[in-house]
Write a protein that binds this ligand. Structure first.
Ligand code: NAD
Ligand code: IPM
Ligand code: MN
Length: 349
């Protein structure tokens, strides 16, 4: 029995998580998947009601009582400080030391790419985004705040162990999955110190994986190549902020944020699975959000929990429904969130 904490969150989060849970219920019957789901109401409403974002003791509770966490999205226009996402989402990533943010970019149907003449599976890579430090460390401060010569300092943290473990994870993944190339993206021509550390560690670690080709691109060039020649990528490794930006672009070239999935992983520990997209306030409450990002997230979570066959089945059900245009508006279809979810469930069997 695997225990899963479910945090639907804000905006379209609960709408897409409802469909993701329906898929989990389906594989419970078609495959021998044994899950115990426990829901938590953490998010904007709770915060506005009770002043609580991430409840006290939550991280210990999650790491002791659960094998995985399934989250929707966090962010609400009523909370401009973004405090809930900061406390709950970044809090879990940092506090549970989920150092790998794994974000696959895969073209399921050639018609979905806004790029001309792309073939199915020509775009098929995974991004290893460092997930606990970099520009997300929260270090910095103001001097003379509010004055006309105000100073704001925003630091970026790069530790040797932090850089090494994400690069090792990328190479290990390449080796285990027969991927031939790992490309590192950085801005080491300008960010001399952090960039230098990443460069040295990348060379050192890469040398231990003779069968995997190492490749480097400055991140600005990578955004260009990701549009002009996305087929060249197998595994990309990069820091927290560049990984955030590159994976929205990655989502866009395979059909949009509505179908991008992610895992926040510390191998062997409770890990967090969530769609790449946010709470999408303009779509919330309308029943039109694409549930595929959340459903492919469930597929990743099932594989992480050891239910590989169920995960693969979910992924191929998604592919089949996309090929048959059983999709929401963002992918050119006419279905609502729940109809698109049901179509996928039906294809699972
Ligand atoms: P967003 O990902 O919420 O939405 C951007 C746009 O992408 C939407 O307006 C919509 O056009 C499209 N989109 C996203 N998800 C979709 C779906 N499932 N189906 C169809 N179209 C979809 O990004 P944003 O508008 O920049 O941010 C909104 C809020 O979400 C902010 O508060 C932000 O901080 C937060 N956010 C949270 C997460 C997270 O919880 N993991 C991720 C990104 C943004
Ligand atoms: C993501 C989001 C988050 C991030 C925000 C909501 C803090 O954009 O998961 O990609 O920047 O990591
Ligand atoms: Mn993002």
């Amino acid at each position: 029995m695997k225990r899963v904490a479910v945090i639907p969150g804000d905006g379209i989060g609960p709408e897409v998580i409802r469909e993701a849970i329906a898929v989990l219920e389906r594989v419970r019957t078609t495959h021998d998947v044994k899950l115990q789901l426990t829901e938590f109401d953490w998010g904007a409403d709770k915060y506005l009601r009770e002043g609580v974002s991430l409840p006290e003791g939550a991280l210990e509770m999650l790491s002791q009582n659960f094998d995985a966490i399934l989250a929707g999205a966090f962010g609400d226009p009523r909370i401009p400080s973004n405090k809930v996402a900061e406390d709950v989402l970044l809090g879990m990533r940092r506090g549970l030391d989920l150092y790998i943010n794994l974000r696959p970019v895969r073209l399921l149907d050639a018609r979905l790419s806004p790029l001309r003449d792309r073939m199915v599976d020509e775009i098929d890579f995974v991004v290893f985004r460092e997930n606990t430090e970099g520009a997300y460390c929260g270090a910095g401060g103001f001097l003379k705040k509010g004055s006309s010569d105000e100073i704001a300092i925003q630091e970026e943290l790069n530790t040797r162990p932090g850089v090494e473990r994400i690069i090792v994870a990328a190479f290990e993944y390449a080796r285990a999955n027969g991927r031939k190339r790992v490309t590192m993206a950085d801005k080491s021509n300008v960010q001399r110190f952090g960039g230098d550390l990443w460069q040295r560690v990348f060379k050192e670690v890469g040398a231990r994986y003779a069968e995997v080709e190492t490749n480097h691109q400055y991140v600005d060039a990578m955004t260009m190549f990701m549009v002009l020649d996305p087929g060249q990528y197998d595994v990309i490794v990069t820091n927290n902020l560049f990984g955030d930006i590159l994976t929205d672009l990655g989502a866009a070239i395979v059909g949009g944020l509505g179908l991008a999935a992610s895992g926040n992983i510390h191998p062997g520990r409770v890990s967090l699975f969530e769609p790449v997209h946010g709470s999408a306030p303009p779509l919330a409450g309308k029943g039109i959000a694409n549930p595929i990002g959340a459903i492919l997230t469930v597929s990743m979570m099932l594989e992480y929990l050891g239910y590989r066959e169920a995960g693969v089945t979910v992924e191929s059900a998604v592919r089949q429904s996309v090929l048959h245009q059983e999709t929401t508006h963002d992918l050119g279809g006419t279905l609502s969130t729940s109809e698109a979810g049901k179509a996928i469930c039906n294809r699972i069997g």
